[in-house]
Ligand binder design. Structure first.
Ligand SMILES: C[S@@+](CC[C@H](N)C(=O)[O-])C[C@H]1O[C@@H](n2cnc3c(N)ncnc32)[C@H](O)[C@@H]1O
Length: 745
C-alpha cells in the first residue's frame, strides 16, 4: 500500500528476469560439489580486496543497492542433538543440507553490504564465503563477528552467487548459532585461551561485568548464564539475574528481561532494581497498565528514586493515550521532524473498532459504536518502521522477490531484518504477528526448537508484501507538498515503510469510509463518513482518484483480488464507448484548463456534457471525472470574485465525490444551516473546496461561513490525522482562492 512497486517498470522487470535466469543456471548446478575452483588464498585475497574497495552490489538501472530473495525455504526445525556434522568438502551446490550442521570460524573481518559477510573455514581448513542475512543490527557492533568467531550453521544452504562464486547463505536467524569460546563444541585448536579458566560462579560474574561495561551485551548474557549454571550463592543468583535482565533490556530482549526480574521478585518481592527493570520491560512490551502498577509500588516504597518517578510519569502518559486516544499531535509533528529515525515514544490507541470475520474477504475491522466523520478509530504505533530519509543521500534498496515476481524500491529489505529480529528477540509477539494475512504461504507451526525461537524469514517477507504500508514522514508534510505542486495524490509512493498490525486488518474499498495518515511511525485512522455500529471499515490500498482514467478500476492484483465496490461495478458494467467518451471529454477538459486564455463557457459546456453521460446520481456512485473540473472552476470564479459561481461549482465538486449537502445553495433565503447529510470520498482537494465555500459564504451568506470552515477542519483532520495545525496550513489571510498557505511548512 503506497510502497514503490516497480515490478511492472520495464528496466526492473528485465533486471528481475536476469536474476531469474541466473537462478535457473545456478540450479542446473544443483548437487555438484561446492568446492570453489579458486584456491584458499585467492578467495581470501579477493574478499579482502573487495572489502578494501568497499565494492557495492552489482549495478542496476538506477544504481540502487539490490537485495535478492531466493526461493523460500523453511528454517531448521530439527533439535541440534539430531543434526550431524558436515564438512565444507562434502557440501553440494544449491542444496539445503537437511539434518546437517556446519561448524566454522571466521578467518576474515566481516563486511556488511546487503548481508553480513565473511570468509569462514572448517576444521579441515577449507574455506567458503558466509552470508548472514537480516542480522545487520545484531552484528554491526565490533564485538560480534570479529575474526575467529565460531559459528554453527544449521542445515546449510550453498548457493552460486551473482559473480559465480559459492557462498553459504543464511536467511533465518535461528539457523546460525554464535558459539562462545568456552563451549565444548569449539575444537581445542580454535580456542583463544589454552589455560584453564576459573569456572567459579563469581569469576563468570566478573567476566560478565567486563563484557557489559564494554557494551558487549551478547557475551555478558552468556557469562551471566554461566554464573547461574555454576552453583552461585543465593545472593549471586539475584545479582546475576538482575544484571542479565539489564543486558537483555539493552539488547531489546524484553521477554527474557521480564522473566529474569520475575524470578528475582519471587525471592525478593520489593527489590528496587527488580521492580524498576520489570516496569521498564513492561513499558517496552507496551503493557503500560502493568508498568504503571509496578511504578506505583516503586513510588510508594522508594519515593527518592527520581529516575523511577520520571519513568512513572512517562508510563502514565502512555496509559492516558492508550485509554483515551488523546495525543499532543502538534508536539508529535515537531518530534517527527527532528528525530532520525522519526520513532515516537507514544502508545497505541484502539478506538471503537474490533476485528471480525467478513462475509467474503477474510477478516476485517468493524465499528463497535456509532462514529462521526473525523472521529479517531486508531492511532497505532508501528510494529516496525523502516525510515528512508529523502533529504540525505542514504542508499535506496531494490528488493527482488523471484517467487512472487516482485520488485520494490525502498526500505522493505530493512523491514524484513527489523521484524525478524524483533520477533526472534521477543517470541511472545510471534503468534499475533504470524496471524496477519499471508496469502497462500505455508509455514510450519513450530515456535521454538532447543528453546530458541523459530521465525520464518520468508513468512515475515510475505506478510510484509501483503500488509506493509509506504508512508511519508508526516501526512501533513505530504499534504503541503501536494497542495504546493498541485500533484496527483492518487499515485503516492513512499520509500519509508512499516507494518501496523491492527490497521493490517482493514480491507480495501474504492468507496472507502476511512482514511489513514502518518506522523513518524504512528498511523492515524479516522472515519471519513458517519458510520453506524457494526460497519466494516475500509480504506484505499490504491486510490481511485487518479487523474489518469486508465488507472481506474484500480489494479489490486498485488493483493490477489478485484474490488467489487459500487464504483468498480459501475465501471465494469458501463459500455466501453461510454467510458472512452468520458475519457475523451476529460482529456479535452484538462487541455482547456491549461490554455492561457481559458474559455470558461466552453469549459462549462464540456463539463455538463460529461455530467450527462453518467446514468446514476453521484450520491449513489461518485462521478470521479468531475470533481477536479468543478473544483478548478470554483477556484477560478473565486479568484475573479464571482462568488455565486464559486459556490455553485464548489458544491458540485463535493457532490460529484458523493457528498449530499443541504442548505448550501445561494441565494440563502432561510436560516437553514449548512449540513452534510452524507459524506463523500475524501480527497486532499476537499479541504480547499470547503475553504472556497467559506470565503464565498463570508460575503454572501455569513451564517454559513463558520459551518463551511468547520467542515474544512474536519476534512483536514481526516486527511492529515489532526487539526491542531489547521490554522498554520489554511487561513483567510492566504492569497490563494482555497485558503492554502503557500508558506506552510
Ligand atoms: C492487509 S490484508 C487485510 C486483512 C485480511 N482480510 C485478513 O483476513 O487478514 C489484505 C488482504 O485482504 C483481502 N482483501 C482486502 N480487501 C479486499 C476486498 N475489497 N475484496 C476482497 N479481498 C480483499 C485480500 O486477500 C488482501 O490480500
Amino acid at each position: 500500500m503506497d510502497t514503490h512497486d516497480v515490478s511492472d517498470v520495464p528496466e526492473y522487470l528485465r533486471y528481475l528476469q536476469v536474476h531469474k535466469r541466473n537462478l535457473k543456471k545456478a540450479q542446473a548446478l544443483k548437487g555438484r560439489p561446492a568446492k570453489s575452483p579458486k584456491s584458499k588464498d585467492e578467495i581470501l585475497m579477493q574478499f579482502m580486496f573487495r572489502q578494501m574497495m568497499n565494492t557495492k552490489a552489482p549495478a542496476n538501472p538506477m544504481n540502487i543497492r539490490s537485495s535478492f530473495l531466493p526461493p523460500a525455504y523453511p528454517p531448521c526445525h530439527t533439535p541440534f542433538s539430531k543434526l550431524r556434522k558436515v564438512m565444507i568438502k562434502n557440501l553440494c551446490l544449491e542444496t539445503h543440507h537437511r539434518e546437517r550442521y556446519l561448524l566454522i570460524r571466521t578467518v576474515t573481518p566481516a563486511d556488511t553490504m546487503t548481508a553480513v559477510m565473511a570468509i569462514v573455514e572448517d576444521e579441515d581448513r577449507n574455506v567458503l564465503m558466509l552470508q548472514l542475512y537480516n542480522q545487520e543490527l545484531e552484528l554491526s557492533n565490533s564485538h560480534s563477528l570479529r575474526e575467529g568467531t565460531v559459528l554453527v550453521v544449521k542445515e546449510p544452504y550453498v548457493k552460486v552467487m551473482a559473480d559465480g562464486d559459492y557462498g553459504i547463505r543464511v536467511d533465518h536467524l535461528s539457523d546460525v548459532w554464535f558459539v562462545p569460546d568456552f563451549d565444548e563444541l569449539v575444537p581445542l585448536s580454535w580456542r583463544e585461551r589454552v589455560t584453564q579458566i576459573d569456572e567459579s560462579a563469581s569469576s563468570w560474574k566478573v567476566k560478565a561485568s567486563e563484557h557489559f561495561n564494554q557494551g558487549d551485551y551478547r557475551s555478558a548474557i552468556l557469562c551471566y548464564s554461566k554464573t547461574l549454571d555454576s552453583h552461585p550463592s543465593p545472593e549471586l543468583v539475584v545479582i546475576a539475574q538482575l544484571n542479565r535482565a539489564l543486558s537483555f533490556l539493552k539488547s531489546y530482549r524484553f521477554d527474557a528481561a521480564l522473566k529474569d526480574v520475575e524470578h528475582v521478585l519471587q525471592v525478593s518481592e520489593l527489590s528496587e532494581k527488580g521492580l524498576f527493570r520489570k516496569a521498564q520491560a513492561l513499558y517496552q512490551l507496551q503493557r503500560f497498565k502493568e508498568s504503571c502498577e509496578v511504578h506505583a509500588i516503586l513510588a510508594e516504597k522508594y519515593p527518592d528514586n527520581t529516575q523511577a518517578a520520571h519513568e512513572y510519569s512517562r508510563a502514565s502518559a502512555r496509559l492516558v493515550e492508550q485509554d483515551s486516544g488523546k495525543y499532543e499531535f502538534r508536539k508529535m509533528i515537531l518530534e517527527a521532524k527532528k528525530r532520525r529515525p522519526p520513532t515516537l515514544d507514544r502508545a497505541t490507541y484502539i478506538g471503537p473498532v474490533t476485528i471480525k470475520q467478513t462475509q467474503s474477504h477474510g477478516r476485517g475491522l468493524f465499528t463497535t459504536e456509532t462514529v462521526k466523520a473525523g472521529d479517531l478509530l486508531l492511532c497505532e504505533k508501528a510494529f516496525a518502521h523502516a525510515f528512508h530519509d529523502e533529504d540525505t543521500s542514504q542508499d535506496l534498496r531494490l528488493l527482488l522477490n523471484v517467487d512472487m515476481d516482485k520488485a520494490t524500491i525502498g526500505t522493505q529489505a530493512e523491514l524484513i531484518g527489523l521484524i525478524t529480529q524483533k520477533l526472534y528477540k521477543n517470541p511472545s509477539m510471534i503468534p499475533d504477528f504470524v496471524d496477519l494475512h499471508h496469502g497462500t504461504y505455508k509455514s510450519e507451526d513450530v515456535l521454538e526448537v532447543d528453546s530458541i525461537p523459530i521465525v520464518d524469514t520468508f513468512l515475515v517477507e510475505r506478510i510484509i508484501l501483503l500488509n506493509a504500508f509506504g508512508c511519508p514522514l508526516s501526512s501533513r508534510e505530504s499534504h503541503i507538498g501536494c497542495m504546493k505542486r498541485d500533484d496527483d495524490t492518487a499515485n503516492r509512493q513512499f520509500h519509508s515503510s512499516g507494518v501496523w498490525s491492527v490497521a493490517s486488518y482493514i480491507n480495501h474499498s474504492c468507496l472507502s469510509n476511512a482514511r489513514r495518515s502518518f506522523i513518524g511511525d504512528m498511523m492515524i485512522v479516522r472515519a471519513s463518513r458517519d458510520l453506524p455500529p457494526n460497519t466494516e471499515i475500509t480504506f484505499w490500498y490504491k486510490s481511485p482518484m487518479s487523474r489518469d482514467p486508465k488507472e481506474f478500476p484500480v489494479n489490486l492484483q498485488h493483493w490477489g483480488f478485484k474490488c467489487d465496490c459500487i464504483l468498480c461495478q459501475e465501471t465494469r458494467s458501463t459500455s466501453s464507448s461510454v467510458l472512452s467518451n468520458r475519457n475523451r471529454i476529460s482529456a479535452d477538459l484538462r487541455r482547456l484548463f491549461k490554455t492561457s486564455r481559458m474559455n470558461l463557457r466552453e469549459i462549462e459546456d464540456r463539463i455538463s456534457n460529461l455530467a450527462s453521460i453518467y446514468s446514476r446520481p453521484a450520491s449513489e456512485v461518485p462521478h470521479l471525472t468531475l470533481d477536479m473540473p468543478y473544483l478548478s472552476l470554483a477556484a477560478i470564479y473565486a479568484s475573479s470574485r464571482k462568488q455565486e459561481k464559486s459556490v455553485e461549482f464548489g458544491l458540485k465538486a463535493l457532490e460529484s465525490l458523493g457528498f449530499v449537502i443541504e442548505g448550501g445553495n445561494l441565494p440563502h433565503v432561510s436560516n437553514a444551516p449548512l449540513v452534510v447529510k452524507k459524506w463523500g470520498l475524501m480527497d486532499v482537494g476537499v479541504v480547499g473546496c470547503w475553504m472556497i465555500l467559506f470565503f464565498a459564504y463570508r460575503e454572501l451568506a455569513p451564517t454559513l461561513a463558520s459551518q463551511a470552515e468547520g467542515y474544512a477542519r474536519v476534512s483536514y483532520k481526516i486527511c492529515v490525522g489532526e487539526d491542531e495545525t489547521f490554522d498554520k496550513t489554511y487561513s483567510s489571510l492566504s492569497d490563494r482562492a482555497d485558503g492554502f498557505l503557500t508558506t506552510a511548512k
